[in-house]
Ligand binder design. Structure first.
Ligand SMILES: NC(=O)c1ccc[n+]([C@@H]2O[C@H](COP(=O)([O-])OP(=O)(O)OC[C@H]3O[C@@H](n4cnc5c(N)ncnc54)[C@H](OP(=O)(O)O)[C@@H]3O)[C@@H](O)[C@H]2O)c1
Length: 220
């Protein structure tokens, strides 16, 4: 069991990730810029997991404490929040597995597209700006809605990219604790760019079909 800090854990994706990790048996610290908002998120998760999971598996903190006191850190904030956040958290991320779920998306004329990122992807940006962290890009194609709906099984694949193969293995083992989700080793972090483009496509499909789409790779 690891202690996982979720920075930005009050947003839909962060709270969904936290919920799934708690149910999978991990100890989770929800981080926020506001302790009050983190406590509200913790209350929501506790209400959701009872009676199946002990409520002491999840607690609240500010982002800096969540990153500093945990073995694994999830970054679940908007892409535009990363520069200031990394300035603050960089020392706490050194040597740790950092799970990056960020999609650098822009909506233009009703269509989503990926914002240009010199480092190729949000994951590449984080790795370049926190070089001592072991960044793993994943959970980028799964909707927050599906993470929160624990009454329904989550079908689909989670593409996992990193330049650290053992970190891919570790995060894949966390994903496999979530029923029906499959982790797919998507290779080096350079591939995170393609994964982020898939999210833009899925969101455009969601609009067109009024759906919550996700992906499944066949033929592996
Ligand atoms: N939503 C989805 O379905 C989904 C799916 C896949 C991937 N993602 C990715 O996951 C990330 C989070 O998504 P989300 O929908 O949960 O986003 P969000 O609601 O916009 O933001 C998440 C949290 O980030 C914190 N935050 C916002 N602006 C910040 C800033 N300038 N500095 C520091 N913290 C800030 C806020 O927490 P506090 O105010 O409490 O600090 C907020 O609750 C995004 O990068 C998104 O692309 C989302």
């Amino acid at each position: 069991m690891a202690r996982v800090g979720v920075v930005g854990g009050t947003g839909p994706h962060g709270i969904g990730m936290a919920l799934r990790l708690v149910i999978a048996g991990e100890e989770v610290v929800i981080g926020s810029r506001s302790l009050e908002r983190a406590e509200t998120a913790v209350r929501r998760i506790r209400e959701r997991i009872l009676p199946r999971v002990p409520p002491d598996r999840v607690r609240a903190a500010d982002n800096a404490t969540a990153a500093r006191t945990c073995d694994v850190v999830v970054l679940a904030v908007p892409y535009t929040a990363l520069p200031a956040l990394l300035d603050e958290l960089r020392p706490s991320l050194a040597g740790k597995v950092v799970i990056d779920v960020v999609n650098p998306l822009i909506a233009d004329d009703g269509l989503f597209r990926v914002a240009p990122v010199a480092e190729g992807s949000a994951s590449g940006w984080i790795q370049a700006h926190a070089p001592e962290a072991r960044v793993v890009g994943c959970f980028k194609n799964l909707s927050a809605h599906d993470l929160w709906r624990i009454d329904r099984a989550m079908h689909g694949d989670v593409l996992v990219c990193s330049d650290f193969p053992e970190a891919i293995g570790y995060v894949s083992s966390l994903i496999e604790l979530m029923p029906l989700l499959r982790a797919v080793d998507a290779g080096p972090l350079a591939n995170a760019a393609h994964v982020e483009h898939i999210t833009a496509l899925l969101l455009n499909l969601n609009r067109r079909y009024r759906a919550q789409s996700s992906i499944q790779i066949v033929g592996l």
